[in-house]
Ligand binder design. Structure first.
Ligand SMILES: [Zn+2]
Length: 134
């Protein structure tokens, strides 16, 4: 049986189920401060188009962040950090980019081997906003 809560299975790094050419990111973009291209929620990822390796890696990093926080914990913290960013920056897009979950994913999504060596709860190291970067 598929176990959602392990980082790895026999095939290596566990991946979510990907749904490509989905309308869901388009619909959700009406509600979100950003234009959503792909979204990871629970064991699923929806993407507007066909995913490239970097997007796939980015969303799989989010999947692993959710795994270690038993999904609900990541969703609550994700909203918490976004609201915290919104208060600090007064800008929904900056608040999104400064979330530790997004900062970890953006910092590492081009390294396709990242999840092989990623330590659990690695997003913790991205909690302090990095003002040196744009
Ligand atoms: Zn992301």
């Amino acid at each position: 049986m598929y176990n959602f809560l392990y980082y790895k299975d026999d095939e290596g790094i566990r991946e979510p189920w990907f749904f490509e050419n989905s309308k869901l990111p388009i619909i959700l973009s009406y509600l979100a401060p950003i234009d959503i291209y792909a979204i990871a929620f629970g064991p699923w990822v929806w993407c507007r188009g066909v995913m490239d390796d970097i997007t796939r890696n980015h969303e799989t990093i989010h999947y692993h962040q959710q795994l270690e926080l038993l999904f609900i914990g990541q969703w609550i913290l994700y909203v918490f950090y976004w609201l915290k960013g919104l208060i600090t920056y007064r800008d929904g897009v900056i608040a999104y980019r400064q979330s530790p979950f997004e900062r970890e994913a953006y910092a590492n999504d081009q390294n396709l081997d990242y999840l092989k060596t990623r330590k659990p709860f690695a997003w913790r190291h991205y909690r302090e906003a990095d003002n040196k970067k744009t």
